[in-house]
Design a protein around this ligand. Structure first.
Ligand SMILES: Nc1ncnc2c1ncn2[C@@H]1O[C@H](COP(=O)(O)OP(=O)(O)OP(=O)(O)O)[C@@H](O)[C@H]1O
Ligand SMILES: [Mg+2]
Length: 346
């Protein structure tokens, strides 16, 4: 297999900003490889160490220990930068330049031929969807989302082999996010490798080939997206109504039981368990409204990993479950409403 475009081995970073304060261990042994042509999602909650990792890749700060390469070169190498596009987490451009002027400046930095440059600038501004009439306006008049678009345009202007984008969806509205996802997929189709840091799980889920979940300075999971979603547990959601007396027999083995729009909604992790619940409902004369096998989303997986390492006890499977569509909105049954939710959580 070809050498990875990003190779990170055992990187740690300790910040000692203040002599009086305790040193901050931002990265605690990060290993990563990103291969040519893939979209790599770098996921983590606030403060996980995503930006710190990116700064190390770019050579903006040095790791405390560990080593690695970017585009086959040591971190911070000038040679590697030619093939690299970068969007910082909060792009801060010269406010008195227009979008075209800014991109011309970047183009010259990258030695792009002047004859091609004007055409290329319009091409990338078209791609990021920056309106025509905004292109000659000073950046200080831009909204957050417009600045983000210009930042992305600057990152891809010189046709890099690898783009590193730190929270690129920040400030984009839903339409902007949608267009951005298309742009990322288009870059991939052109053979450009994309390293995408984000805590917006939906954006990663709809684009990434592989994903690393970073938490408290450590990679807690790294795998292809399909592998993560295929191997993680499924859950089975059961909507039902049953006599109060019968309810107690359900609690055991369920990852959660909560009031639904009508009756109750149970979550079982195993199919056997789900079948047992369904049998009990029917045998005790209850009503079964719906039975949904449900694959975990990346968000569920993310919450599980992050919550697990924080030793949170809340059951992760039930976090994002919407009431099943099959359940009509009715007043909860009298028996169900008598019972408190906490009393039946396992
Ligand atoms: N220069 C610094 N001095 C001291 N601590 C720092 C410094 N830079 C980052 N940190 C700390 O290191 C940890 C990781 O920060 P980092 O910015 O890498 O997180 P992040 O994953 O990018 O978070 P976010 O999603 O909020 O952007 C945080 O606890 C942060 O406070
Ligand atoms: Mg960050």
């Amino acid at each position: 297999m070809a050498a990875p475009l990003i190779d990170v081995r055992g990187i740690t970073k300790v910040f000692r900003s203040d002599l009086l304060k305790r040193p901050k261990e931002a990265l605690r042994g990060v290993d990563l490889t990103v291969h040519e042509g893939e979209i790599f999602g770098f996921l983590g909650p606030n403060g996980a160490g995503k930006t710190t990792t990116i700064k190390i890749l770019l050579g903006l700060i040095r790791p405390t220990s560990g080593s690695g390469t970017l585009l086959g070169q040591p971190f911070g190498s000038v040679e590697a930068r030619r093939d690299l596009g970068f969007l910082p987490d909060s792009p801060n451009f010269y406010r008195y330049l227009t979008a075209r002027e800014l991109l011309r400046f970047f183009g010259r930095l990258h030695d792009l031929a002047a004859t091609d440059l004007s055409r290329r600038i319009d091409e990338v501004l078209d791609r990021v969807g920056l309106a025509d009439d905004a292109r000659e306006r000073q950046l200080r008049t831009y909204s957050r989302g417009m600045l983000q678009r210009v930042g992305i345009a600057a990152a891809i202007l010189h046709r890099p082999r690898l783009v590193i984008l730190d929270e690129p969806m920040n400030g984009l509205d839903p339409l902007g996010r949608h267009e951005f996802r298309d742009l990322i997929l288009q870059l991939k189709s052109e053979g450009i490798t994309v390293f995408l840091s984000s805590h917006v799980l939906a954006d990663i889920e709809s684009t990434a080939d592989r994903v690393a979940i970073l938490n408290e300075g450590k990679v807690v999971r790294i795998a292809s997206l399909s592998e993560i979603l295929a191997t993680e547990e499924r859950s089975y959601e059961i909507a039902f109504e049953v006599e109060a007396m019968a309810l107690a027999s359900f609690a055991q083995g369920l990852s959660s039981l909560k009031p639904g729009a009508r009756g109750w909604i149970a979550n079982a992790r195993e199919m056997d368990e789900a079948n047992r619940v369904v049998r009990t409902i029917l045998e005790s004369g209850g009503k079964l409204f719906a039975y949904h096998p449900r694959r975990l989303s990346l968000e569920d997986v993310f919450v599980q990993h992050v919550a697990a390492s924080r030793e949170t006890k809340a059951p992760a499977v039930a976090t994002k479950t919407a009431p099943p569509a099959a359940v009509e909105v009715h007043e909860r049954s009298a028996q169900a409403s008598k019972r408190s939710e906490s009393g039946v959580h396992s």
